[in-house]
Write a protein that binds this ligand. Sequence first.
Ligand SMILES: Cc1cc2nc3c(=O)[nH]c(=O)nc-3n(C[C@H](O)[C@H](O)[C@H](O)COP(=O)(O)OP(=O)(O)OC[C@H]3O[C@@H](n4cnc5c(N)ncnc54)[C@H](O)[C@@H]3O)c2cc1C
Length: 433
Amino acid sequence: MSDRTQTVNIIGAGLAGCEAALYLSAAGVRVRLFECKPIEKSPAHSSDGFAELVCSNSLKSDLLSTASGLLKSELRYLGCRLISVADSVKVPAGSALAVDREKFSEAVTDLIKQSDNIEIVHETVTDWDEDEYTIIATGPLTLSGLSQSIFEKFGEGLHFYDAAAPIVDGASIDYSKAFTADRYGRGEGDYVNCPMDKSEYEDFIRALVSAECVILKNFEKSDVFEGCMPVEIMAKRGADTLRFGPLRPVGFSDAAGKRPYAVVQLRRENTEGESYNIVGFQTNLKFKEQERVFRMIPALRNAEFLRYGVMHRNTFINAPLTINRHFQTLKYPKTFIAGQLSGVEGYVESIMSGLVSAMCVAALIKDRPLPEFPLTTVVGALTKYLETPNADFQPMNANFGLLPPPDAKIRDKNAKKLFLSEKSLKDLKNADF
Ligand SMILES: Cc1cc2nc3c(=O)[nH]c(=O)nc-3n(C[C@H](O)[C@H](O)[C@H](O)COP(=O)(O)OP(=O)(O)OC[C@H]3O[C@@H](n4cnc5c(N)ncnc54)[C@H](O)[C@@H]3O)c2cc1C
């Protein structure tokens, strides 16, 4: 039975929490929004305002030939409040949507404060009542009391740092320089192998050890690398370290029957083989450096990066074990987890999760069916990614590799992306919410 008088608790007035609060408020649902600032702040937050952009002021490209541009278009169509605020405070940044971060935060904070349906509670939350509708949106630096409760309630599935290898577009691999096989012929040929000869390997190692890395924040230094070493640090231990580690060639022979000097393995990210993870390549290199250095692997010389490797402090749940595509936890139907904590990666993706989780909570309260987003949209595909079983779950940003490929082959990369974007927006407009 519906209960229209319910109050929804939202924990965290960041990007996801503010979007969720504004959606629910406009839908006539009362919200209690908990925010620890200014009493307490994470090491990355510095202002007292809501919806603080902690690092870059860019919400990435606005072009429909990019997945991030498409996601923003989908969100505009869905009436997303924070993207609308971003559009109103944008600063010149070419084809990207960059904003004046102070004006952005001020405008969102004002909207929240002006809403009669939103009660603001400044408090560091350490636990929540599973019998009340709650959206937990406390972000990648969730304060410890609450992360402890999440850990206790959902078991092992909470991670405190992200060590992800890059993902490349399957269509951009040069298969004339790769071969499909499993080590010692065991398995069903699931890996694409990128062999290197001695001089290619040595050039690659030289570039890798001298490439520029992201500078870690002080609070990240202590816990980021525990248990998982970046590929560039491994390479610094000795020229052959990678050849005896993730790039070992044993158990393989190339088309001529010869064992390669080193082999980089690519593992499928999705069943269609549209995207591939570079095995063992968790890295802290700057994004441009990842492109430059990893494209020295002959089969990856034209590789298109769908997600870059990252290593940073990041609290996130093991989404496939914890939530469904509606951001609703499997264990407690009234508890939702949104934002970066849910396993999406990025500002715009976090905003999206706030919107979708709020749409779902509102639907439940109003006894309506939960919204189902077409899988041809970034919203639909990314939320589906979160609930799809994945033994090695890592947070994900918007990328075209998540979308089903066009039925007919489109050779031109840009044309293919524009085709996918057009289809997505058309399907979204035809969807029934
Ligand atoms: C250092 C860093 C840099 C990043 N840079 C970028 C970038 O440049 N571009 C990009 O796209 N993404 C970036 N991200 C990733 C991510 O997009 C952002 O962190 C984004 O802000 C996540 O949105 P969110 O709503 O999930 O969390 P947040 O925006 O962080 O909001 C969470 C809110 O919850 C509050 N909170 C936390 N714990 C509690 C508690 N127990 N009780 C009450 N309130 C609490 C916090 O104060 C905060 O206001 C970065 C992440 C980090 C950690």
